[in-house]
Design a protein around this ligand. Sequence first.
Ligand code: RUB
Length: 309
Amino acid sequence: MNEKVVEIAEGIKNMRIRGAGKIARAAAEALKHFALDFSGTEDKFLEEIEEVKEYLISTRPTAVSLKNAVYFVINRIKGESLEELRESVIKNADNFIKRSEEALELIGKYGAGRIPDGATILTHCNSSAALQCIIQAHREGKEIRVFNTETRPWFQGHITARTLAKEGIDVTMIVDSAVRYFMREIDIVVVGADTIASNGAVINKIGTSQIALAANEARVPFIVCAETYKFSPETVIGKLVKIEERDPREIANPEDFPGVKFRNPVFDATPPEYIDAIVTEIGVISPYLAYEIIREVMNLGVKSEENRY
Ligand code: RUB
């Protein structure tokens, strides 16, 4: 297997590369490296790229952005000669990365509009899309304050807090279980997404659904920032989103707790009734429009499972 592909795939597996958007762009980059470095016949190219596809997709199970990026690049391969095939993969990968970066910019602009001047925002985990909105609101001159959860067990909240502080934004980090305690101070919750199902349910970092419940109880708006490639075509044909369960040693050393079992699911699903809006690069929508996004934007032929994104 291509060295660079292995490096990227292992980086995604061990979470050196993490966050649904970054994972997607890294997978596109891996396919580009495969094409750049390949030497052999056309048939071998097409055979090996299938192996690379399966390998990349196997690295993390929950974020559909990964599959959508891989299918975006592979479903658009054109050409007969090796040169044409290679160029096509490189072009598609570059195109995906460019579109993904442009999407973030637009999400920032649209999402910032939803953040009132003087708002206290709560965010969870570390989402580039959510941060883009928050930072954009700050750059537009809005006086904002952010509470962010540390996000157990991987502490992705540390990255969020540092990023916001570096931007000069007033940020306060809290433990995940303090969310409801602080909810009375929050004006809006802004989070990202790993996958959005056809019924509008949002799968994001474990704990997101509890935050949504607390926000709903306190009548605090809850918005999700997500590129359209976070929408999952296969949920239209009845597939359930697989929730990743990671090594319990991320929580504690089981040897220190004889007789105790541990579970470590790292994502959960927030039902659409707790979500006020999803901010995408094609506009701010209701979660109930998820099916439309999948059908129109991702050009889904429900007939073929392969025909993703
Ligand atoms: C990251 C996470 C993020 C989403 C969205 O989980 O749940 O909220 O991936 O991020 P992990 P982005 O750290 O386990 O990958 O907006 O950057 O795509």
